[in-house]
Design a protein around this ligand. Structure first.
Ligand code: HGY
Ligand code: MN
Ligand code: MN
Ligand code: MN
Length: 406
């Protein structure tokens, strides 16, 4: 049985050592945030680091042809494997912990088991999923969706980043797509993640267990009008897509509040993007989330109806295209109960998406959250104390001992 005091001690130092190895990679010195886009230089360095960590532990690495990496303690061909891990990629100027904490914790949990002379009775796998954020190619959880067959490989391969590079080009090959045999060899997945809200801070506990992920999705709104001169065009003659866009942001906010749901427009592109020109085109991306699918559908429909009506009044045109959809995820109840009892940790739902949410439709899946004192994420302000990270590693090691070593 693993026992640990969370205060100071060797695990503390090992956490710091491993964390310090990756902390500078992809950090922007001005914002303090991270630019770790999938398959770009910083993320490639982290993938290399992943291989070094696996090598150092004598764990062979396999790739699934979709950009996901797996390091095996035990026979990759044997079934019943327990998978743990997360992702390296970030949103633009994202936090340090979202993703990497789950991978660093996985390596340290392996070390904890070994230090306690505990060996797995089934394969124990550390995984790194590619393009979890969708920050480069637009579809979140791209790697796990491909692996599980939730996304068509041809469609995924053709997704392009802002510079026009396709996912297939970045990967160096057309993605392999679904691998039911690999999924079939995984008996459980546990993803540890920094908490992205305030639930654990409010409850004053360092580690929690996830119960559910809100259904959510991304919609692209293309507004078109007439580009024209800012100085000479009469106000009454304008067909300005920026106006329709601005109304959309306010309408989405209002409709979300009415439903206790969440709506965000966090990304926008303007053409021609000149101070003295009425735009000809505005593209905005709506991220919408709600506790249940009916509320989410109602929210998006209400926004769509209001925006179409507004475009008619503005003399503009608008189209709304779904770019990704993530259904309601209820994590395996039996597994969550087991971990809750084992760790004496609370259960909490989240509005954030994760590869665990994708895997949950195929294998019994659980998530552990580590307290984030700021409650802020997808921002440089995201944080976690070393003590809580160590508590997370200790919890994960306990879980892996329970699931893979008995
Ligand atoms: O956007 C999300 O929910 C996630 O962090 N990928
Ligand atoms: Mn994230
Ligand atoms: Mn994440
Ligand atoms: Mn001029």
């Amino acid at each position: 049985m693993l026992t640990h005091t969370v205060e100071e001690g060797p695990l503390f130092n090992r956490f710091r050592q491993l964390w310090d190895e990756i902390a500078p990679i992809g950090r922007d010195e001005h914002s303090g945030g991270y630019l770790r886009y999938a398959l770009t230089e910083p993320e490639l360095r982290l993938r290399e680091w992943f291989r070094e960590q696996a090598d150092a532990r004598g764990m062979p690495v396999t790739e699934d042809g979709n950009g996901n990496l797996f390091a095996w303690w035990g026979d990759p061909e044997a079934g019943g494997a327990v998978l743990t891990g997360s992702h390296f990629d970030s949103v633009p100027h994202g936090g340090a912990y979202d993703g990497p904490l789950g991978i660093v914790s996985a390596w340290l949990a392996v070390d904890e088991l070994r230090a306690a002379d505990v060996s797995p009775t089934r394969p124990l796998v550390v995984g790194a999923f590619v393009e979890e954020e969708g920050a480069r190619f637009g579809v979140p959880c791209l790697g796990s969706r491909l692996l599980t067959g939730q996304l068509d490989a041809t469609r995924a391969g053709a997704l392009r980043d802002a510079a026009g590079v396709s996912f297939a080009e970045a990967l160096g090959a057309r993605p392999a797509g679904a691998d039911p045999a690999l999924i079939g060899r995984i008996a459980a997945f546990v993803e540890l993640h920094v908490e992205q809200g305030r639930a654990l801070v409010d409850q004053a506990v360092p580690v929690g267990v996830a119960s559910a992920i809100w259904p959510h999705g991304r919609w692209r709104l293309d507004f078109t009008g007439e580009g024209n001169h800012a100085g000479t065009t009469r106000m009454s003659d304008r067909r300005d897509p920026m106006l329709t866009y601005a109304f959309t942001v306010l309408a989405a906010n209002k409709e979300a509040r009415l439903r206790d749901a969440h709506a965000t427009v966090g990304r926008v592109a303007v053409e021609p993007n000149a101070t003295n020109a009425i735009p000809s085109r505005v593209t905005g991306w709506l991220d919408a989330r709600a506790a249940d699918p009916e509320t989410l559908a109602g929210l998006v429909e209400a926004v769509r109806a209001k925006v179409v009506e507004r475009a008619r009044r503005d003399g503009t045109r608008v189209t709304l295209t779904e770019e990704s959809a993530s259904p309601l995820v209820a994590f395996d109840g039996g597994l969550a109960d087991r971990l809750t009892r084992l760790l004496e940790a609370p259960v909490l739902p989240t509005g954030a998406g994760h590869d665990a949410g994708v895997l949950a439709a195929h294998v019994p899946t659980a998530m552990l959250f580590v307290r984030n004192p700021t409650g802020v994420s997808h921002s440089p302000a995201e944080s976690a104390t070393d003590a809580d990270c160590v508590a997370g590693v200790t919890a994960l090691a306990k879980v892996l001992e329970e699931l893979a070593c008995r």
